[in-house]
Design a protein around this ligand. Structure first.
Ligand SMILES: Nc1ncnc2c1ncn2[C@@H]1O[C@H](COP(=O)(O)OP(=O)(O)OP(=O)(O)O)[C@@H](O)[C@H]1O
Ligand SMILES: Nc1nc2c(c(=O)[nH]1)N=C(CO)CN2
Length: 175
């Protein structure tokens, strides 16, 4: 049994539809969804704003690698095209595996480049931390501590003003 924290986001096409499709594809594994936030592009500023959210998932049968495979399946289903020349460039849907925990609560830590856990840039990204904290006020990023405290670090604090809640948009209206 593992549980995982997934970051979902996109800035091309019908952004809300792509996010909702990801939640639908993740199916019964979804235990909670955050609200939706509009966020400025991180890492490559010459692109449109993103919609971002965080999804908490749990599955008795899922290995850590299964979460990556499911993340990629969501991206493929929503027509993501990778541009090898533009690492942080625009996309219809991005699903990142932020952290994975075993049934006993211990975090999975792995420096495998195919699936690095926790996600090596999560602690720097307001677009991940803000929705995660909203859906889990006790959230902790393994190796980095409470998510609430990470919002005060200079790299993240500088980005907070650009993160805007979009309460009129919801991931939960698909049912
Ligand atoms: N925790 C992780 N979550 C998602 N992908 C990961 C993770 N760790 C390693 N990867 C690898 O990163 C590769 C590139 O992923 P992707 O194209 O989604 O990157 P990106 O979303 O542009 O940037 P970033 O990884 O910084 O979010 C994937 O092929 C995947 O194997
Ligand atoms: N605001 C925002 N910026 C990004 C995002 C994202 O989801 N949201 N994903 C990226 C690739 O992981 C690169 N930059």
């Amino acid at each position: 049994m593992t549980s995982a924290v997934l970051s979902i986001g996109g800035n091309l096409g019908d952004r809300l539809t792509h996010l909702r499709a990801a939640v639908a594809l993740l199916g019964d594994s979804v235990t909670a969804v955050s609200g939706i936030y509009q966020t400025p592009p991180w890492g490559d500023s010459a692109q449109p704003p993103y919609l971002n959210a965080v999804v908490l998932v749990k599955d008795p049968g899922a290995t850590p690698r299964d979460w990556l495979d499911r993340a990629h399946a969501c991206e493929t289903a929503e027509g993501r095209v990778r541009d090898p020349g533009r690492r942080f460039g625009p996309r219809t849907l991005d699903v990142d595996v932020i952290a994975v925990r075993r049934d006993d609560g211990t975090p999975v830590v792995d420096d495998d480049p195919v699936l690095t856990l926790p996600h090596p840039r999560a602690h720097l990204r307001a677009f991940v931390l803000v929705p995660w904290l909203a859906v889990d006020p006790e959230a902790e990023l393994p190796g980095h501590g409470p998510v609430a405290a990470l919002l005060d670090t200079p790299e993240v604090a500088a980005d907070l003003a650009g993160v805007t809640a979009r309460p009129e948009l919801s991931l939960e209206s698909m049912e």
